[in-house]
Write a protein that binds this ligand. Structure first.
Ligand SMILES: [Fe+2]
Ligand SMILES: [Fe+2]
Length: 222
């Protein structure tokens, strides 16, 4: 097993726009970084289902139901993947994973929280006197699915073992389906808010670039 202390030092750039099109390989290619990353990914999955549960029953449909069920299922799948990696680690690796896990988890929670606050505010202000939660769901789901499709392919290619690479490939199939689920609702929401995909993508990418920069900095300095 790769030594936890032999992680490559990553170059950190001091501007943070559009640095990352895919999750950097060093965040997923060792058991230590992959375990910490999987716990953070489970937050994406869990928060996704929480935002869907904010949609009132009167606006609920079969696609939202299936989407929510998949994200709850994914939460457990990735948490189990992290646990299995941890079960095979040395004591030194466990300690390092614990340090990275805390930074990854807090940084990911901050990114998701900032993103949801911005989108809930945008949809609330743009839908006065109307239900805004369906628009919030459509936009958040689109942005999160788009982001997650830059994360799982990296795990599928560079994950630390075959089990994790297969896990990522299984989840990718569901995530593609989810992007199809939100497509129609997304366009209706953007039209209602008089905005476009580029505007919301720019908003998410600026937050995600900062998020990934902090993760890579943590790996390089632990
Ligand atoms: Fe998912
Ligand atoms: Fe999804």
């Amino acid at each position: 097993m790769e030594s936890a202390r032999s992680l490559p030092i990553l170059e950190i750039k001091n501007h943070n726009r559009r640095l990352y099109s895919e999750l950097p390989q060093a965040l997923v290619n060792s058991p230590v970084t992959a375990a910490a990353m999987l716990d953070s990914i489970s937050l994406f999955e869990l928060m996704g289902s929480k935002w869907m549960l904010a949609v009132p029953l009167s606006r609920w449909d079969e696609e939202i139901h299936e989407h929510c069920f998949d994200e709850v299922r994914h939460t457990k799948m990735v948490q189990d993947g992290a646990k299995k990696l941890r079960w095979s680690m040395t004591s030194e690796q466990i300690l390092l994973e614990n340090e990275l896990n805390k930074i990854f988890y807090q940084t990911t929670e901050a990114y998701l929280s900032q993103l949801s606050r911005k989108i809930f505010k945008l949809t609330y202000l743009g839908n006065r006197n109307k239900q805004f939660s369906l628009s919030a769901y459509a936009i958040l789901a689109f942005l999160i699915e788009r982001r997650i499709m830059k994360i799982y392919p990296s795990l599928a290619k560079h994950g630390p073992n075959e089990e994790i690479r297969i896990l990522a490939k299984q989840i990718i199939k569901d995530e593609r389906k989810h992007l199809g689920f939100v497509d129609e609702k997304l366009q209706a929401s953007l039209d209602q808010l008089q905005t476009d995909q580029k505007t919301i993508i720019d908003l998410e990418e600026s937050l995600a670039d900062t998020w990934m920069e902090k993760l890579t900095y943590a790996v390089a300095n632990n």
